[in-house]
Design a protein around this ligand. Sequence first.
Ligand code: ADP
Length: 258
Amino acid sequence: MFTLGIDIGSTTSKCVILKDGTEIVATSLVKSGIGTNGPKIVVDEILAKANLKLKDIAHTTATGYGRNRSEIANSQMSELSCHTIGVHFVFPNVKTIIDIGGQDAKVMSVGADGIMQNFLMNDKCAAGTGRFLDVMANILQIDISELEVYAAKATNEVKISSTCTVFAESEVISQLTNGVELPDLVKGICESVAGRVSALAKRIGIKDDVVMSGGVAQNGGVRTALEKALGTKVYHSELSQYMGALGAAIFANKKANK
Ligand code: ADP
């Protein structure tokens, strides 16, 4: 039996198809989210990849900001629950999840049973989210995926002192004009995001294992900075950006079996 999870985010749409609730058959990601045709395209793409038709899917669950906008979903589930289910599936020992997406950052504490116990969220300010990194990558004219490569080459400490994305933008431009090396600047930018999110994480309390999910988990510069700030290992996987969609597909399997 096949189930589909769709995560309609602020910047991206992600899908996962599961067989019998345990086997990942296909994943798909489109770089456009809520309010675009991304959610439709991503479903067409994943069905083609899996060589399936919509009628072959026993149940579809939508999650993410745009979960109520999906025309094909049979049910909806919150992002917090779906990320927790998805991460726990891949990392059964997870106790703390740090999810940084395109528009917000969330920290969830997870019980031994894999159930979310508590969470804290920053959705008020772009600093400390993927948006901050997207803006900075744009100013520096480098691809978002290259940030970690530059950060790894840093040799000097650079601190971004502005707490607001708009002011940080001017600060980064003036640092560049003053001859600060690009790798040092990129590392400072990654540390700025990690600093904000680690403060959120410390408020909820850090318990090992700590796992990162969301698109920013792919940025090794932020992961390294978070490990330093929290003083513990931060796990991630190539499925990091799909954790919400994966959790939704697992939830869909439970619904289909009812
Ligand atoms: P949402 O669900 O809110 O749309 P995602 O969890 O998909 O957000 O994360 C989107 C963010 O992930 C982007 O803002 C970007 O900063 C980051 N990101 C996306 N792809 C990469 C990549 N290849 N390397 C590093 N960061 C990435």
